[in-house]
Design a protein around this ligand. Structure first.
Ligand code: IPM
Ligand code: MG
Length: 368
């Protein structure tokens, strides 16, 4: 049988640096566990624009559709700020999500014990935190029509449209309920049903899917603004949060800080199963391209490494190996190794991006 295939799109800014550490880990699995992936690489974002005049070449899009999993680093940077909207680096990422139909974006926020004092919230609030935000990723205001900047009378008007069909809500709701069953069996759905019709429909459909198909899962509903407040007040009340594209974007950045650093958060974007039974999938850190620290060895590769762990679990059915990798990360943090974003008053051993990757590989070795 052919080896499972991975397409690496490292992208811009710190993307290539953090991805270099994931490549070390892919190499480790090949050498030490006999788990071999067919890895190919290509461009996305600003670097693709520089070469092809588009943030995602059609050939790259076609490759992404064929592989078992895509690993993405980050896109964007100040150099591209003035580009036309249609060719901005972010459009490359959004096209991948849309054309691969990756409607379910899993964003776990887990607070490693070693970092509990590093969060801007108190240890008792975040210690042991383990929640997942399931963000709808292919619809809503990110993609709704009409959109654009138009002229009305003698002024300009900017328009975006929040639009959700019943089936779009139903499929992401199912994905959240399925996930909850494998965890603490609790889902909280967030919208703004008090001001938005799309929010009213969201709440109704989530409730219907629950009552018909997942009555065993505990379901609650919250307005997204109240949800943001509760996420800061007592995040451990949640298990799985399911929400739309825009609210999910905001809430997941907020959740990231609960864990200590945005440099820690992985994500999996999953679509429908392919012919081989695996879901269409793209894995990426929640953080961006961080151009201010790019090229200096300061970036934290852990979010990208943990994204690869999610790939092991969700695309390759290697849950045990995912756990091995997560434990290796936990050990390195417990041993006090810290990239620049994790250096606080309590100290630790400051190390570079590459040294963090090496430390994780050493911890993997120790796990054998
Ligand atoms: C994210 C990012 C993206 C988004 C950007 C880079 C387009 O913020 O994945 O959270 O808004 O979805
Ligand atoms: Mg975001």
């Amino acid at each position: 049988m052919a080896n499972p295939s991975i397409l690496i799109l490292a992208g811009d800014g710190i993307g290539p640096e953090v991805m270099a550490e994931v490549k070390k880990i892919i190499g480790w699995y090949d050498a030490k566990r006999g788990i071999t992936f067919d890895v190919s690489e290509d461009l996305v974002g600003g670097c693709a624009y520089d070469k092809h005049g588009t943030p995602l070449h059609d050939d790259t899009m076609a490759k992404a559709q064929e592989v078992d999993a895509v690993l993405l680093g980050a896109v964007g940077g100040p150099k591209y700020d003035t580009l036309d909207f249609s060719v901005k680096p972010e459009r490359g990422l959004l096209r991948l999500r849309k054309e691969m139909d990756l409607y379910s974006n899993l964003r776990p926020a887990q607070c490693f014990d070693a970092l509990a004092d590093f969060s801007s919230l108190k240890r008792e609030v975040v210690g042991g935190l383990d929640i997942v935000i399931v963000r709808e990723l292919t619809s809503g205001i990110y993609f709704g029509e009409p959109r654009g900047i138009f002229t009305e009378g003698n002024e300009r008007v900017g328009i975006n449209t929040q639009r959700y069909t019943e089936s779009e809500i139903a499929r992401v709701a199912r994905s959240a309920f399925e996930l909850a069953r494998r965890r603490s069996n609790k889902v909280c759905s967030m919208e703004k049903a008090n001001v938005m019709e799309s929010g009213i429909l969201w709440r109704q459909v989530v409730q219907e899917i629950h009552d018909k198909e997942y009555p065993d899962v505990e379901l609650s509903h919250m307005y997204a603004d109240a949800g943001a407040m509760q996420l800061c007040r007592w995040p451990k009340q949640f298990d799985v949060i399911v929400t739309d594209n825009l609210f999910g974007d905001l809430l997941s950045d907020a959740a990231a800080m609960l864990t200590g650093s945005l440099g820690m958060l992985p994500s999996a974007s999953l679509g429908a199963p392919m012919a081989n039974g695996r879901p269409k999938a793209l894995y990426e850190p929640v953080h961006g391209s961080a151009p201010d620290i790019a090229g200096q060895g300061k970036a934290n590769p852990i979010a990208c490494v943990l994204s690869f762990a999610m790939a092991l679990r969700y695309s390759f059915d290697l849950g045990d190996e995912a756990e091995r990798l997560e434990k290796a990360v936990e050990k390195v943090l417990a041993d006090g190794y810290r990239t620049a974003d994790l250096m606080g008053p309590e100290g630790g051993t400051p190390i570079s991006t590459a040294a963090m990757g090496d430390a994780i590989v050493a911890a993997l070795d120790a796990s054998l």
